[in-house]
Structures are given as structure tokens and as C-alpha cells.
Ligand binder design. Structure first.
Ligand code: CUA
Length: 369
């Protein structure tokens, strides 16, 4: 009876431990949990990962030795009913020196790569840098490329193999910019510039996240990093530069247009899109519903004071609503009609857009790639 109780108790203690272990190991899967900092994809991220690995292995060694000694002592020197009184001791100078010196040496061994890493990540990179300005907004991210004169939002495009130097700030509250596969967190402040840098060594699409509580939609203040080959990046940047202000003689002004011309009424979108009646309807709605008051459709020379994300290439992005919704036609239409239901508190108000109007606006925006 007693042994069955003991076995049941052991099982009750072991099962939760095993479950936790399984969960912890499952957390290492980058496919299911892409926002991991444990699989670095840049020089910067590897510095922190290296320190973390070293600390972990030291801690693992200490754990095994200490727990091993403890378990050995528990079982080897277990008290029995007829044992005599153990010899009483009071302190042991040699042992105390040993267990002070060993941890001090281990801490010194951890401090060396840690301090070195702190200097490395706080250094200013040199060479052929790509400069990017990161601007935090409640609740989305703006990315400006001063060397190319272009701006985009929520999907950062970078060239793999080239160091990107980020200058960061915020237009409202404190946020924290965090692309976990590429770099650590860096707080962004209104009125104060912070900096970070990294050189990506892989191409692909990777998630990032605001890491400082900044209001009701903090958790949905995400973004993506699209790392491209240098050639693909240059092609992207050159294409973005064509998504600029319309040239004066590029196209006749649409009927009923006054001074509020949309940026896309020039040569920014493909001709077949412009021939689509939904496109024309969407263009008018974009103006008349007031979308144009907050969103620019120019990537080059775009106004910098607008409160909404730049939409110059929104049709080509993977996500909308700052990394929160896949950029499908359904999601885009749902978002246009009722952003407050999908992301409560977002600065974009419900504008009373009807379903057929949302379709037209979706077609218009989808053509902006
Ligand atoms: Cu921005 Cu949290």
C-alpha cells in the first residue's frame, strides 16, 4: 500500500515535469515559433546568443555538480534509526575559500564575453552601410531610407550581407523595436535617437514585435523583416522610387479632381489596373472617404507628418494592420470597413465604408505594389 502511494506520488510529480520539458523543447521549433531569439541570423544576434550559450553551459555544469553532490549526500549519508549522533562541526575555512573562489572564477569567465559583447553591440559600424530610420507610432512602424529617399511601413526590406544601421525614434510614446532573429530590443523614445545595427546572413521573411508596453494594441504592433539578396534589394528600392509623386503630364486628371490629387493618378500602377472600373471607383473613394488625409501612396518624397502608415506598396506586403492580419483580399476589405472591430483603439476610425465600396478600395490598394 505504502509503495503504491509513493509510486503514485512520484508519477504525479514527474508528469508535470515531463510536460514542461516537452513544452520547453517544442519552443525551440522555429517553424512553430518563428519569433525566437535562440536561432540568430545576423552578426549582432550571434553576439548575444554566444553570451547566452556560455552562461547556460556554465549554469548547466554548476547545476549538475551541485545537484549531483546533493543527491549523493542525501542517499549515501542517509540517517538510520540506530546511527550515533554525527560529529558536530562549526565552519571550515578551506571549504569556504573554495566555494567563494570557484563562483568568482566562473563569474569572471562569464563577465569577459559579456563585457566584450556589450562593447561590440554598442559600437558604431563602419563600411558600406544601409541607413534606415525607424519611427515608432501607436501602433505601427515606419521605415525611412534616406539614401534612397523612400519610405515604407511595417515591412522592412533589407539586403542580406550588408550592415544596416538603424536610427530610431518615436512620434508618441516609448516603444521598443525588436527583430528577434536579427538583433536585441532597442527602446525608441520621442525626442531622443537610439541606434542599432546588424548584418543579416539569410534571406526570408521574419517577424518582429514592439517589446515595450505602449497602449491597448501594443501586442499587435508587429512588423516583418524581408531580407533579400543585394540585387533584389536594389531592384526593390529602384521600384519604390517610381512610386512617387505623379509627374505633371503623366496622366489627365480624373473627372472631379481638384487640388486633392492622389499620388497614384500618375504612372505608379499598371495600366491594366487603372482600366479596372473598381480601381477608378476606389481611387475616388480613397479621396472622398478621407483616406488620403492620413495615408500617402508615394514611397518617394512622401510627406513625413501623416499619422497613418505609408501605403505606396501596400498591395505587395505580406501583412496589413502592422503585422496583425495576412494581406488577403478578405482581410483588407474587412479592415477597411471596420478597423475598430479588428484592432480596437487603433487611430484609424470606422469611416462608414459599405461592402461594395470596400471592394473598390481593396482593388485600388491592391494595385499599389
Ligand atoms: Cu509599441 Cu508596444
Amino acid at each position: 500500500m505504502h509503495s503504491r502511494n509513493a509510486a503514485a506520488r512520484l508519477r504525479a510529480e514527474l508528469v508535470p515535469c515531463l510536460c514542461l520539458l516537452v513544452l520547453a523543447v517544442a519552443g525551440c521549433s522555429p517553424e512553430r515559433y518563428p519569433q525566437t531569439a535562440l536561432l540568430p541570423l545576423s552578426d549582432f544576434a550571434r553576439i548575444g546568443d554566444h553570451v547566452q550559450d556560455q552562461t547556460f553551459y556554465w549554469a548547466l555544469g554548476v547545476f549538475v555538480l551541485v545537484e549531483g553532490a546533493l543527491l549523493y549526500a542525501i542517499f549515501r549519508f542517509r540517517g538510520r534509526p540506530d546511527d550515533p549522533e554525527p560529529r558536530q562541526i562549526h565552519g571550515n575555512t578551506l571549504v569556504e575559500i573554495i566555494w567563494t573562489v570557484i563562483p568568482a572564477l566562473i563569474l569572471a569567465a562569464i563577465a569577459v564575453p559579456t563585457v566584450k559583447g556589450i562593447f561590440q553591440v554598442n559600437g558604431t559600424p563602419e563600411g558600406n552601410l544601409l541607413e534606415v530610420e525607424v519611427v515608432g507610432h501607436q501602433w505601427w512602424w515606419e521605415f525611412r531610407y534616406p539614401q534612397y529617399g523612400i519610405v515604407t511601413a511595417n515591412e522592412l526590406v533589407i539586403p542580406a550581407g550588408r550592415t544596416v544601421h538603424f536610427k530610431e525614434n518615436s512620434v508618441d510614446v516609448i516603444h521598443s523595436w525588436w527583430p528577434p532573429r536579427f538583433a536585441g530590443k532597442r527602446d525608441v523614445f520621442p525626442g531622443r535617437e537610439t541606434r542599432i545595427w546588424f548584418k543579416a546572413d539569410s534571406t526570408g521573411l521574419y517577424p518582429g514585435q514592439c517589446a515595450e508596453f505602449c497602449g491597448i494594441q501594443h501586442a499587435r504592433m508587429a512588423f516583418h523583416v524581408r531580407s533579400e539578396t543585394p540585387e533584389a534589394f536594389e531592384a526593390w528600392a529602384a521600384h519604390m522610387q517610381t512610386l512617387g509623386a505623379p509627374k505633371p503630364a503623366a496622366a489627365p486628371a480624373p473627372a472631379g479632381t481638384d487640388s486633392l490629387r492622389t499620388a497614384s493618378s500618375g504612372a505608379n500602377v499598371q495600366q491594366e489596373s487603372q482600366a479596372d472600373p473598381l480601381f477608378a471607383q476606389g481611387e475616388t473613394l480613397f479621396r472622398n472617404k478621407g483616406c488620403i488625409g492620413c495615408h500617402s501612396l508615394q514611397a518617394k518624397g512622401a510627406p513625413t507628418a501623416l499619422i497613418g502608415p505609408n501605403l505606396a506598396n501596400v498591395g505587395a506586403r505580406s501583412y496589413i494592420a502592422a503585422g496583425w492580419l495576412k494581406n488577403t483580399d478578405e482581410n483588407l476589405e474587412a479592415w477597411i470597413q471596420n478597423p475598430q472591430a479588428l484592432k480596437k483603439g487603433v487611430l484609424m476610425p470606422n469611416l462608414g465604408v459599405k461592402p461594395d465600396e470596400a471592394k473598390a478600395l481593396r482593388a485600388y490598394l491592391r494595385a499599389h505594389k
